[in-house]
Ligand binder design. Structure first.
Ligand SMILES: Nc1ncnc2c1ncn2[C@@H]1O[C@H](COP(=O)(O)OP(=O)(O)OP(=O)(O)O)[C@@H](O)[C@H]1O
Ligand SMILES: Nc1ncnc2c1ncn2[C@@H]1O[C@H](COP(=O)(O)OP(=O)(O)OP(=O)(O)O)[C@@H](O)[C@H]1O
Ligand SMILES: [Mg+2]
Ligand SMILES: [Mg+2]
Lengths: 465, 465
């Protein structure tokens, strides 16, 4: 009498696409473009390739009001996708290559598939994916998503000769969207992405045929983040159980030193002693109780060195400065990069740019430009930890900032795991450690601003005399 | 060289439990209690049972600071769960009975499992589920969730004689949590739930042994919502394709009239004509193009009658009035229930209570109490459509409300589908139709408030003379 159902992850996000950020035709266009551009930049980063990403949006037909059917095509020169992974990478939810422990824009294994899913349910047209990893062949697929089963439905498949040794990926699909009401956000997205990724060349050709061109201003790729081992802090019984089950070590000391960062032999022995677990026991022989005891012992130990920041890749003070000067043209700019910190065992770095005057329009509210893992966050400002710190935890008058001021703040948080509040990646949760680092960075920059405004004050006083 | 993985839905929400609302030990306790209480109230509603829900939280041991291991037990007198569904209902993500087209508190098939998952990863202890649908047997399971595979791991199973003909469900599990910092929100949750469900008796026994008792103040269950057919508006090609594939009708007119609400024979023929589809063709024979043409024709038709509100179950003006008076003790109260409206083919009803004076403390910001499908929403206020309407779309001074005023607004939105912004069900998205209805309801109540404040003004003027 009560009817139960199991639904697939694709079906869940189909029914609840608001939750993935695809809530209306203008936001869905924004989301589709950003998900694909972020995939392209990740693909270049992992190959240490200077990115060239070309986005073309063309109108196919009017539907009603501002809503049209568009064709969206995104092409990159990234590392491409291996043939055997292509269908699932783009037509299966929770299938991806970014589940490891290193900073990347993508993280859920969902974004690219969501964009194609949205296109599919609004136009009933299949999508085309063309990719090559630089080998002898180029692989082309025409596919749709079987939403009920969460798997690809391949309509056509072609293997082409790769005469020019091309490497990269081309995605082409159709979607019902509203460009008129998302245009401003989309152009901002490109502008801000160019600012956080100055080594990337971006091109956007809009439905009117107009080219928005963002040539790279840096010739070297940034130091890429390196896959790291997990840090013991923040590892719970589930992750610990999986690591123990997968381990090949013959004793617990080797298990701890080989599978965690910042755990040497002495640390491993100390932790095992606190847990009451013999050092020579096999990891596969641990009982349920012992796994819990081990996790508790790690919490009690408290003396681990901080997580290694090599899995993090900040923008860098110089590049951030160039980017902010170019975009905001301020009179004053102070950029701060905090030393690496960590939350729940994940390393993170906060970078802040405080800009004043020049081309920044005076306003009662501070202009906030937020970034996470080099992605611009353009929605849900009030839900973000940065908004809370800037507007509720800092008294700007103590830094001589007037009520109406030409003040802008650019923030970047980067980590192998960003605590996003939503699947749509628009706001960062207020983890205490992150809040603390943002506060420290902004205060440091604000003190420099205070000195600057103090000098301006003095000059004006002298001039008046 | 690039390593791809597929992860299960349980694994996804394990890794990203912030997104499900389980972001820290105090919020996770709140979420665990609310997810189970909402399941109990749904189970009573579907059986037209006067609810009795008992929640017991007891401390097992201290961990560090305010964090302890607690045992949480929730018992209800609802319709219970059939034996064959018990393990999956509580240990599988995206398995549930609320995927249909009628108002219910649950909607994702995820909440109960998330609470048990959170308990499991913080304590490594299995959960106990005991349930009976009132028959001869009571079924008891001790289980954990296999997170990698998203399926139950049954440790023990017992079948007991049901001598007293008991019907209901008992969930018992352990979790690491922070009661000290969530206590206020938890007590508010019970208070507000009692207000929106005056026919429910709720009991909460906290770790200090203190009983919070909310006896029912209404003796009849409200009219339950009825499962309805989908409305044609808002049905996209994916849903249409599934309906066509599942249909048993022999021709398209019968398919349309039998599978949709508000579609009679004439309407069906008109829509098919716009689509250029023969009326007598079999639903299973429709081509890809024809499915798209049908969905487009439905959009063009535009003359469907509004969705049937029988799948909606509002609180009701009288009960809302009783509840608000009891909770807020105001001098003035105006309750408004809007007629049914719809967004994207889903019917919804907005109910608003505007309360002034009495026990309401004066404040510069308006006290907002939000409800959706009879659930109190206690987080993410600034992200909610109600906050936007109350604070950005209404000029309260035009209703004689002073800057500092003892003003409270209670809002309830109910629908077979609430456009929640997040999996944690804390904020409702600003769909234009919902925004419009909230604005209309609040303005209507505000006009009554203006008259009342006008009379108060007059009286005071008279008194002064
Ligand atoms: N342009 C591309 N070039 C190379 N690989 C790609 C490209 N786009 C997608 N992929 C591969 O497909 C996978 C799935 O992409 P998808 O966007 O669905 O998820 P994700 O990027 O891993 O995570 P998120 O949901 O956070 O975006 C990626 O992990 C990546 O391996
Ligand atoms: N106390 C209960 N009594 C009867 N059935 C229950 C109870 N708790 C859960 N169930 C059943 O288990 C299913 C899964 O519950 P779960 O909370 O995981 O998802 P849901 O309530 O369907 O949706 P949501 O994720 O929005 O809460 C429910 O759909 C319901 O059928
Ligand atoms: Mg992606
Ligand atoms: Mg539920």
């Amino acid at each position: 009498e009560v009817k139960f159902e199991q639904i697939s992850p694709a079906d869940f996000f189909y029914r609840n696409r608001d939750i993935a950020g695809f809530s209306n035709p203008s936001r869905s266009l924004y989301m589709s473009i950003r998900e694909l551009v972020e995939n392209s930049l990740d693909a270049c980063e992992i190959g240490r390739i200077l990115p060239q990403v070309v986005v073309q949006l063309s109108e196919v037909k009017k539907v009603s009001g501002d809503v049209c059917v568009y064709k969206l095509k995104v092409e990159d020169n990234g590392i491409g996708v291996e043939d055997k992974h292509i269908p699932k990478a783009f037509a299966t939810v929770f299938y991806g290559s970014k589940y490891g422990y290193r900073q990347s824009r993508g993280t859920f294994g969902l974004g690219g598939t969501m964009a194609l899913l949205y296109g599919q349910i609004t136009t009933n047209k299949p999508s085309t994916v063309i990719s090559s990893t630089g080998g002898k062949k180029i692989h082309k697929y025409v596919l749709m998503i079987d939403i009920v089963e969460n798997k690809p439905k391949i309509f056509e498949r072609e293997v082409l000769e790769n005469r020019d040794g091309w490497r990269g990926t081309i995605i082409e699909f159709y979607l019902e969207a509203d460009y008129t009401n998302s245009k401003a956000k989309i152009i901002d997205y490109f502008k801000h992405t160019a600012m956080a990724n100055p080594h990337a060349t971006l091109m956007f050709i809009d439905p009117r045929g107009r080219l928005y061109y963002f040539p790279r201003v840096a010739k070297k790729t940034p130091e890429p983040p390196i896959e790291s081992l997990p840090h013991p802090v923040g590892v719970d019984v589930e992750t610990m159980s999986r690591m123990l089950a997968a381990s090949r070590e013959r004793n617990m000391v080797a298990f701890l030193t080989n599978n965690f960062q910042k755990v040497g032999e002495k640390t491993a022995r100390d932790v095992l002693e606190i847990a009451g677990i013999p050092a020579d026991i096999s990891p596969k022989k641990l009982t349920h109780q012992q796994v819990t005891a081990l996790v508790d012992a790690i919490k009690k130990y408290g003396r681990f060195r901080a997580p290694d920041p090599s899995s993090v890749s900040p923008i860098g003070k110089d590049l951030l400065e160039i980017g902010i000067k170019h975009m905001l043209k301020p009179d004053f700019l102070k950029v701060v990069q905090r030393p690496p910190s960590s939350y729940s065992g994940f390393p993170f770095v906060v970078e802040v740019g405080l800009a004043y005057g020049g081309a920044i329009p005076p306003s009662e509210s501070i202009h906030i430009y937020r970034f996470a893992n080099k992605i611009p966050l353009l929605y849900d400002e009030r839900a973000d930890v940065v908004w809370k710190v800037v507007n509720e935890r800092i008294d700007w008058s103590t830094y001589k900032v007037p009520k109406i001021a030409p003040l802008a703040i650019v923030t970047h948080i980067c980590s192998p795991k960003i605590p996003y509040k939503t699947v749509g990646k628009e706001a960062v949760a207020d983890r205490p450690e992150i809040e603390r680092e943002l506060l420290a960075a902004i205060r440091e920059a604000a003190r420099a601003l205070k000195l600057y405004l103090g000098r301006i004050e003095k000059k004006e006083t002298v001039i008046r005399r």
